[in-house]
Write a protein that binds this ligand. Structure first.
Ligand code: NAI
Ligand code: A1CAB
Length: 270
């Protein structure tokens, strides 16, 4: 991957927890020199400290990119220290849920190029998906730089505007947690049918991972893959009658869950 100006001018990573580390891992694996990365984090992990990146050291004068990966609740304390990079020369990329582009503009100045993104934790294994959208001062080149950075950890989609971000967050940003909970719930249901907990968990985890991989690799739609498992009058049909119930099944349950996540995103933006 060509990191261009980032290699020359540097990248400041504000917050290097789960998301920041997943991104950093992808960039380093993609060939970014650790010497180009400046991490600011009051609690750097042992992993970050072992990466030969600059951690809590003096920052470059004119970094190409600042990537903001602190919790929205920590933003007020963390962002102002980078105010001097606002104004146009440095591209700011945010992964924070709920934090509006306008909040960044209020601290950094409206002339600052700011791209808001929403990645997800499968980024840690190069299988994330990130949605991106920029403010009025982002150029095509800024969006291309952001796309290159986020492509290091998976797919990238471009949004029509920031108004889509809370829905995206509720589907793909938070979505991995729903799938992990599906593993937990499926294992618990297997245990309720008399399987030992460990065996039930092994079956549930392998099933969700295998189905995910099949959905990733297959050309068929998700609906067709479901139909392929379902023998008429068989066991799957019996389960799907419960899960696809319009009143009590997955569709209304996930609609409520996704609504709750999107609502929380909107609240965080206030
Ligand atoms: N974890 C996830 O699935 C996703 C998280 N995000 C967003 O990523 C951001 C970070 O989330 P996580 O990595 O999960 O949280 P985290 O808690 O793992 O990482 C946050 C990091 O920020 C550091 N930090 C705290 N105060 C700081 C300060 N003043 N300056 C610099 N660093 C500071 C902490 O020490 C920690 O390492 C959040 O805004 C979240 O909305 C976005 C998509 C998915
Ligand atoms: O739960 C959160 O707020 C963050 C954003 C998406 C995933 N984790």
């Amino acid at each position: 991957m060509d990191f261009g100006k980032i290699s020359e001018r540097g990248l400041v990573l504000l917050g290097c927890g789960k998301m920041g580390s997943a991104l950093l891992q992808g960039w380093l694996a993609g060939g970014l020199s650790p010497d180009a990365v400046y991490v600011i984090d009051p609690n750097p992990s042992d992993w970050v400290l072992a990466q030969a990146v600059h951690v809590n050291q003096p920052l470059p004068e004119n970094p190409a990119v600042v990537l903001v990966a602190v919790k929205p609740q920590m933003m007020g304390g963390a962002l102002p220290q980078l105010q001097s990079y606002g104004g146009g020369n440095t591209l700011f990329v945010s992964v924070a849920a709920g934090t509006l582009i306008a909040s960044y503009e209020a601290v950094l100045g409206a002339a600052t190029p700011i791209v808001r993104t929403m990645p997800n934790t499968p980024a840690a294994v190069g299988r994330g998906i990130t949605a991106i959208c920029g403010n009025a001062h982002t150029t095509a080149a800024h969006l291309d730089t952001t796309q290159a950075l986020m492509s290091a950890v998976g797919q990238v989609v471009r949004l029509d505007g920031e108004h889509q971000m809370d829905a995206v967050t509720a589907v793909s940003g938070s979505g991995p947690a729903y799938v992990f909970h599906l593993i937990e719930a499926l294992a618990a249901a297997g245990h309720a049918q008399g399987l030992a907990p460990d065996l039930a968990m092994q079956l549930a985890r392998a099933t969700v991972c295998g189905a995910g991989e099949l959905a990733y690799q297959a050309s068929e739609t998700a609906a067709q893959l479901r139909i392929n498992v379902t023998s008429p009058g068989g066991t799957t049909a019996a389960a799907l009658e419960v899960l696809m119930d319009a009143e009590t099944g997955f569709p209304p349950l996930l609609r409520r869950a996704v609504q709750a996540a999107a609502d929380r995103g909107r609240e965080l933006g206030k």
